[in-house]
Design a protein around this ligand. Sequence first.
Ligand code: ATP
Length: 437
Amino acid sequence: MGEHVRDEDLLEKVTNLAKRRGFFFPSAEIYGGFRSAYDYGPLGVNVLRNVKNAWWRSMVQMRVDVVGLDAAILGPPAIWAASGHLETFTDPLVDCRKCKERWREDKIDGVCPNCGSSEFTEARAFNLMFKTQAGPVEGEGATAYLRPETAQGMFTNFANVLATTRRKPPFGIAQVGKSFRNEITPQNSIFRTREFEQMEMEFFVAPPEADTWYRYWIETRFAWYLALGIAPEKLRLHEHEAKDLSHYSRGTTDVEFDFPWGWDELEGIANRGDYDLTQHANASGVRLEYFDQATNERYVPYVIEPAAGATRAMMAFLLAAYEEEIVEGETRIVLRLHPRLAPYQVAVLPLSKKPELEALSREVLSLLQPHVMCDFDVTQSIGRRYRRQDEIGTPLCVTIDFDSLEDRSVTVRDRDSMAQTRVSIDDLAATILSRLD
Ligand code: ATP
């Protein structure tokens, strides 16, 4: 009976919901906003954290062949000279001759999205790196860059990780963190911003095994989005043609999501060959190789890299989850987020403000809080409170009523089916945990 909203309204509806309920806000809003930056509010910070935790769980926690890393955001020019970013990390910038707006040439199909003109200046290569200075003295030696991707931290620490963890190929290094790109046209809410979060993993393999692992990671990463509740028809793989590959890549496949404005990239999986380790070895003079004692062979591993955006994935999860349906003549907004991604897994709701009910509710709350994020809401009718929880994606509501005082049981109400079941307080935590996957 769910009635889906039309796609053209979806972006606006989700962005409005985000603002109204506290998922994300335009940054520095009281000063008129700041260049498409966003701040994540009380609900959004939970979702974003959950997205990153779900990634970490699948990529690090559940494996023995991947270890984690948290590298510095600021780095010296040497890293970015070796990686090729100083030279080639550019987008083609054009100016509209009529309205003077600036655009990224490869994103506009020859027509100015602002005024419709098709007259542009020649494209210039615009470097996307944010440059700053480290320390109080200006000058060349003080130049630093904010990283535009997390990946380089894994390459520059390759030898450290190898020496400290005794790993051998195939093995990976994973990192989640902020990256910065001076995007020409940030757009579509949190889809493309200048400050964003990435979830990247560099998987080092023996060169003859690179293609097998490349296929493996494409499949594994695609399955991750499905397991977290995105419908298969909303996802597809797009393999880049050889002529479109980045300078380092021997093969790239994107996981794409059906965004309201069309298919667009969620994540790229690339076979980077030995490009990065070779570049850094040459530039630093430090050997970045693996010596295989079994075969007495020394080689530079190839790298398979699944590179995803955490903030961008959050946007896709919200869009995929948003639904409006008519229930008893009224529109119900429901975010069908996977329980692991929802801002709260449970809302604890005393039926009325009577002190005995509130006391028992607080007892229930403290039983659940060690396990899951809980909301606690005592205001307005229970029907309204259910709707408020539906709208933010809370999978389960626990209602404490007057019978609860007698039988120490509570009502557990399911977001998706709206079905209600009675559960003893003693079994509550176990029941709830069993319904999270
Ligand atoms: P695009 O071509 O869209 O600019 P890209 O192909 O350069 O992106 P990658 O360098 O492969 O992107 O980055 C890996 C992932 O990081 C992307 O798939 C995306 O999820 C995320 N990402 C990249 N740039 C941004 C951004 N400006 N805002 C939000 N997420 C981003």
